[in-house]
Design a protein around this ligand. Structure first.
Ligand SMILES: [Zn+2]
Length: 236
């Protein structure tokens, strides 16, 4: 019994080298070649009693996050760059075309409208190529094709509580407070938000019933979540 178990020796060596002691085996199949291989993934434990190397790695990661991001006092992302002269002139040109189109519509010069629509489309392509995001106006619906856009109601539900009315700033960093002795404090907080379910899922996250799973709402939640969360924080 005085002899060490070989598995323990292996674990000790793994710890010494900073390698996960209880890796998860994952089978990966290359869909092109059909070749299957088993790869080891680190367990990613955060507790030392479960896996010292992974816990250490996670601790270092948290330290780096706190140092570089979570408690920073300046905005990490700069705003968009000012528009170049070329970009401005394209937007102006597009405005002129829209003005002419409007005049042509009023004068019922439909040939011209078609030409101008074509020109506007080309300019919009040029605007996108110049590196501008979005479009300046909604596309014009043609009279011969019915307007496909859905009319949606913007009326709020009456049973919902009033939304906070505080002005929301374009910032992502937290507020800092300065004590009388000059030291600054930046409060931090853990928040757990639970969104409503989109439908039952299997353990791997795939819907049990794809036909009834609310993909649409899941997608919208994902799209709006960062700004919604930002607004929540600031109102809080
Ligand atoms: Zn591990």
């Amino acid at each position: 019994m005085a002899l060490p178990r070989s598995i323990d020796v292996l674990k000790d060596i793994a710890i010494e080298y900073g390698v996960c002691v209880r890796p998860l085996a994952m089978r990966r199949t290359d869909l092109d070649t059909g070749l299957t291989e088993v790869i080891d993934l680190p367990c990613g434990a955060t507790r030392e009693d479960k896996c010292p190397p992974c816990a250490k790695k996670n601790r270092r990661l948290r330290q780096a996050q706190i140092r570089e991001g979570w408690h920073r006092a300046d905005e990490p992302l700069p705003g968009p760059e000012p528009a170049t002269e070329a970009q401005k002139s394209l937007i102006l040109f597009c405005a002129h075309l829209e003005f002419s189109r409007d005049e042509a519509v009023r004068a019922a010069q439909w040939d011209q409208v078609t030409d101008l629509d074509e020109a506007i489309r080309e300019v919009e392509e040029a605007i996108a190529a110049e590196g501008l995001r979005g479009r300046v106006g909604p596309p014009h619906a043609r009279d011969d094709e019915p307007d496909q856009r859905r009319k949606r109601s913007t009326k709020r539900r009456q049973d919902a509580p009033e939304l906070p009315r505080r002005k929301v700033e374009r910032r992502t960093v937290g507020k800092t407070y300065t004590a009388p002795d000059g030291s600054t404090y930046q409060p931090s907080m853990w928040l757990t938000l639970t969104l409503d379910s989109y439908g039952p899922v299997r353990p791997d996250g795939t819907p049990v019933n794809p036909a009834r799973y609310d993909y649409r709402r899941a997608a919208w939640d994902a799209v709006h979540f960062p700004r919604l969360l930002d607004r929540f924080w600031q109102n809080l």
